[in-house]
Design a protein around this ligand. Structure first.
Ligand code: THU
Length: 122
């Protein structure tokens, strides 16, 4: 939660002004954080969740056990469809996706399988 909150301050979101911080925990207990990185060519934007997953993979992670996503959306921001599919590549259906606001006082948790039933996996 604190890693996601901290990295959210680094978000590059000059177009939407919607800052997102994400942190994943890998199979060895290491935490990897990422934020959204927008671009003037809007479609090139990278979401916080995929950013965190890329950081984790680059650090040697092979599995993701859980994710925290922090936004200031009300009630909570949930991962977009693309991020759900990318997450499903590294996380089991029962992995937790915890959604929180910037202060993190209230959270809600879903599983990967709830967010993306019947995920495509090879
Ligand atoms: N965004 C994320 O970082 N994660 C999501 O799952 C949904 C959307 C970002 C992308 C863009 O920078 C901003 O939020 C507004 O869509």
């Amino acid at each position: 939660m604190s890693a996601a909150r901290a990295v959210r301050t680094c978000a590059h979101a000059p177009y939407s002004r919607f800052r997102v911080g994400a942190a994943v925990i890998d199979e060895s207990g290491k935490i990897h954080a990422g934020c959204n990185v927008e671009n003037a060519s809007y479609g090139l934007t990278i979401c916080a969740e995929r950013s965190a997953i890329a950081v984790a993979v680059a650090a040697g992670a092979q599995r993701i056990l859980g994710v925290v996503v922090i936004t200031d959306a009300n009630p909570f921001g949930t991962p977009c469809g693309a991020c759900r599919q990318v997450l499903a590549e590294f996380a089991d259906d029962d992995a937790l996706v915890v959604l929180a606001g910037p202060r993190g006082a209230t959270t809600v948790a879903h599983t990967v399988g709830e967010l993306l039933p019947h995920a495509f996996r090879l």
